[in-house]
Design a protein. Structure first.
Length: 223
C-alpha cells in the first residue's frame, strides 16, 4: 500500500450521482462543485467523480476544479475509470471497475502515490485487487439498492465480515444501500469505511457525519 497513513482511519467515500451530461453540464457542474465544497468542509475523506455520461473534456474540467477545491485539505479526489484523466487533472487517484485497465498496469505506469480503488463483488475480486496493488476495494452491494441490482442479491453483513477478516491488512470499503440507519453496522463488521451515492449527496447528512466522526474520535481517545 502506497498511502498507509491515509487509510489508517475510518473512511467516508462520497460518490457523485452520475446525472451530468453534455447537455446539462453547466448546471450540474455548479451543483457538483457546491456539493464537493460542503464535503471537503465536512472532512469527507474520498470523493469519486463518477459522471459516466460526460465527454472526457468535461470530466477533466470537473475533476480539475474539484482538485482546486480540495487543495490543502485532507480530502482525496478520485476519477471513475479514467486514470489518464485523473492524472491530467492532478487528481489523487482513480476508481477502477471490472471493465477498466487492470490494476497491475495502472500501478506500474502511474506515480507511486497515485491512489487506486477497485470495485469488487466477491472475495476473489477483492483479493485480486490487493494482489494487483490497489490501495483499497469497494465491496458491494451490502444492502439492497437499485444501482447495484445487476450484481445480484445483497452480500449482507456476514459476507462483508468474511471478506474483511480474510483481507485484514487491506482496506475494504462497504458500498450499496448504506445510509444513516446502517452505516455503523458495516463499521462494526470490519469495514474500513463506507461509500454512498444517495446518502452522501445530501448536505445535511454530510454535516451529521462530521459531528458523528468527531464524537467517535473523541470516544476512541478516551478509552
Amino acid at each position: 500500500m502506497k498511502n498507509p497513513e491515509f487509510f489508517d482511519q475510518t473512511l467516508i467515500y462520497l460518490i457523485t450521482e452520475g446525472t451530468a451530461t453534455a447537455q446539462n453540464f453547466s448546471e450540474k457542474k455548479k451543483q457538483i462543485l457546491k456539493l464537493i465544497e460542503r464535503a471537503v468542509s465536512s472532512g469527507i475523506h474520498l470523493i469519486q467523480i463518477r459522471e459516466k455520461g460526460l465527454p472526457a473534456r468535461f470530466v477533466f474540467e470537473l475533476a480539475s476544479e474539484a482538485v482546486k477545491i480540495a487543495r490543502k485539505s485532507k480530502t482525496k479526489i478520485l476519477v471513475n475509470d479514467r486514470a489518464d484523466l485523473a492524472l491530467a487533472a492532478n487528481a489523487d487517484g482513480v476508481h477502477l471497475t471490472s471493465n477498466s485497465i487492470p490494476t497491475k498496469q495502472i500501478r506500474r505506469s502511474f506515480p507511486p502515490e497515485f491512489i487506486i480503488g477497485v470495485s469488487t463483488h466477491s472475495i476473489g475480486e477483492a483479493q485480486k485487487a490487493r494482489t494487483g496493488g490497489a490501495d483499497f476495494a469497494a465491496f458491494s452491494p451490502i444492502f439492497a439498492t437499485p444501482s447495484k441490482a445487476r450484481y445480484g442479491k445483497p452480500k449482507g453483513l456476514e459476507k462483508l465480515r468474511e471478506v474483511c477478516q480474510r483481507l485484514r491488512d487491506f482496506p475494504i470499503i462497504a458500498l450499496g444501500g448504506i445510509d444513516e440507519t446502517n452505516f455503523r453496522k458495516v463499521l462494526k463488521n470490519g469495514a474500513s469505511g463506507f461509500a454512498a451515492i444517495r446518502f452522501l449527496n445530501n448536505a445535511e447528512n454530510l454535516r451529521f457525519l462530521r459531528s458523528e466522526m468527531k464524537r467517535k474520535l473523541s470516544t476512541d481517545e478516551h478509552r
